[in-house]
Design a protein around this ligand. Sequence first.
Ligand code: G4P
Length: 525
Amino acid sequence: MAKAEPRKTFAIISHPDAGKTTLTEKLLYFGGAIHTAGMVKSRKSKQATSDWMEIEKQRGISVTSSVMQFSYDGYAVNILDTPGHQDFSEDTYRTLTAADSAVMLIDAAKGVEPQTIKLFEVCRMRKIPIFTFINKMDRDSKEPLALLEELEEVLGIRSCPMSWPIGSGIDFQGIYDREKQHVELFKRGEKERNIIPLFQDEENNEKVKSIIGESLYAKLEEDIELLDIAGDPFDKEKIDSGLLTPVFFGSALTNFGVEAFLEYFLRLAPAPAPRMSDKGEISPDSNKFSGFIFKIQANMNPAHRDRIAFLRIVSGTFTRGMSVQHVRTGRRVKLSQPQQFLAQERNIVEDAYPGDIIGLFDPGTFGIGDTLVEGNQAFSFGGIPHFSPEIFARVRAKDAMKHKQFHKGMQQLTEEGAVQYFTTAAPGAETLILGVVGQLQLEVFEHRMRGEYGVEVEVQPLGYSLARWIKGDKKEHELNLIQYGGSLTVRDREGRLVVLLENEFAERWAKEKNPDVEFTSTSYE
Ligand code: G4P
């Protein structure tokens, strides 16, 4: 994709079944990247097109996720896919560290759901702009005003509706565009956009009224007046800092409201952001190439047991075959087989620019958070944090003789970021505890330890559901956790003190008993 095209790099955050796949398909369709719906993933069978791992076939789901690029209206758009469903994992969170903005997709009948809340928190931590698309308006929905209230109450974010729905379900008539002051009428099966100006002249007002009916017209008039008086005004600065979310309504399945959304989104979404390094901020305009690795995926190609490291370009120009410095090891690396992703197809990329994501062939050199730079620049981007796992298990090799392979496997799989491990603090009698965000990762871990390292592992589930990193240099014995059984103090791979907790109740208890301790849900400093 040409450099001249401004980049828009974003991820869609949503709860399973809100319509992420459907929306992605429609966006790709507008970009001309696919011509028929259903190419992103065949939903009905829940079957992935890639077959790179046995376990995928066994379970019939996709463990992989892709980066999709397309052009629209002079922009180069990069969509980072955030795995949901059963393959929800720490990767899903990590992907958000490579996005410049997020589209929060909400099912109009369900409102804000748990997975959306978790992903939203990561976006908030990064202060990136969040654009809300309220989907499935062709079905009965919650009251639009109630949905905005929910955003505020559950997520603590103010909202500014850019469009407003007229009815829902069988009464759904379309949306009103507040800026352009027109209605876009909804008609099932209609491909052309049917737009009529509204609240500007009597003739069109009457026309719209006769189409949508007196009562919906009156309600729309009332709602818009209320929003104009009592709603949050459009404020680009607040949107840019993630304090205000522009809200759009539509129906991805019927491709209604998607194009209008895309046009606003491309205009308002931020360009690739500068990124902080240990030597100050690195601007996308800097002419020397730099980037960081945010995700590593093993064995995508069953013919080669390789890994693909996903790199987000921060500055400069990437050209195929260039030689870069791998800052952590100080080694020079030639990037000869870079790949870019278009839906499920992988292509060799010749050059790429800030905001783009490339897949690098990785013989085992790269780790999550690694920085690659051109020439002799000597800086590192801030690391990518660990996020709280939700499932914990004690693990050991069934056969003690396989101790070495066991540790090698643990080492590599944690480097890829598929699992985290913790050790109990007792010196000498250390126990390894594995932490994963989704159940599937635990199964993948067992499968890969057996398949790739020849180790049968014993996995004993533990009853904790969250990890909290302890800020500062507190020691285990300085924490007041003894009286309550629902917690365990451990160390993470980097030696940081972490408390594993049974549930949110246990967390509240721990916080109350340790008012001077800061508990965080990521390993960020
Ligand atoms: P996901 O990736 O977020 O999990 O959601 P996906 O796009 O797979 O959509 C989930 C279901 O919701 C699909 O139904 C899809 O057709 C439907 N859907 C998505 N957008 C809309 C919309 O705007 N209106 C309506 N009415 N439905 C929508 P499905 O394929 O039948 O799957 P399922 O319901 O059997 O899970």
